[in-house]
Write a protein of this length. Structure first.
Length: 238
């Protein structure tokens, strides 16, 4: 694959990490907020994708023979891989004009449409099992709740799809990581509950031994009241 013209203006080595599920989305959103300039190199098996930022905007992407938004969507759809971040590495090309937020919205909307268009497998004949209450549905019915998602401890969503659920999952995973680190420092034991108030929404995180339940609440709601209502609702369906 031809490499884009790059010019390093710093000796910073950047950093590397694992990409699993949609954590790459969280990193791209974070870099947009911090006005990052540089290059993301993402590898999945033998494929290499490049995403270039300039002042928080994605300006160019390429993977194989594709460039621009097509390459960006392909890279974002990879389920796993490794990434490296190289600050202040630039490209002379600009193949993307949209904001990072609009790029992610379009990419996730296209992924949702592909999933909806995929033919459903023929169900095997079986006796219908009695339906148990879905905790996420129960929580979403609580006044003041905007969105809810169930997660495994490694940040994988359990059945919820869509951009809002993915944003919530990413922020909840980060809050869980920070809460665990703080708990370890003060020897407070495992994280059981955490919350973060914001101007656009509040984030509430409930933890069990194996799972997380993450919730976005309306900004005008009182966090303590919403927390109490959620706990009461979950207790009633047990």
């Amino acid at each position: 694959m031809g490499q884009p013209e790059e010019k390093s203006q710093t000796t910073t080595a950047g950093f590397e990490g694992e990409v699993a599920g949609l954590s790459l989305t969280d990193l791209l959103q974070l870099n947009a907020q911090t006005r990052f300039s540089g290059c993301f190199r993402v590898r999945s098996d033998r494929d290499l994708g490049l995403i270039f930022f300039r002042d928080g905007n994605v300006v160019h992407a390429e993977m194989g023979g594709s460039t621009g938004e097509e390459a960006f969507r392909t890279i974002l759809a990879w389920p796993a891989g490794r990434f490296s971040v190289e600050p202040n590495v630039y490209t002379a090309r600009r193949t993307i004009q949209k904001s990072c937020e609009h790029l992610l919205l379009d990419a996730h909307r296209e992924a949702d449409e592909r999933r909806a268009a995929a033919p459903a497998p023929s169900p095997a004949p079986a006796q219908p099992a009695p339906r148990t209450a879905d905790p996420v549905e129960v929580v979403c019915a609580v006044p003041g709740v905007l969105e809810a998602v169930a997660l495994t401890k490694d940040g994988r969503g359990l059945g919820q799809h869509g951009y809002g659920a993915e944003v919530l999952a990413g922020q909840a995973t980060y809050l869980a990581m920070v809460g665990a680190e703080v708990g370890a420092l003060i020897q407070a034991g495992d994280l059981r509950f955490a919350s973060q108030e914001g101007a656009r929404q509040h984030l509430l995180l409930f933890a069990t031994r194996t799972h997380y339940l993450a919730v976005f609440a309306r900004p005008e709601s009182a966090v303590g009241v919403v927390e109490s209502e959620i706990r009461a609702s979950l207790t009633r369906v047990k």
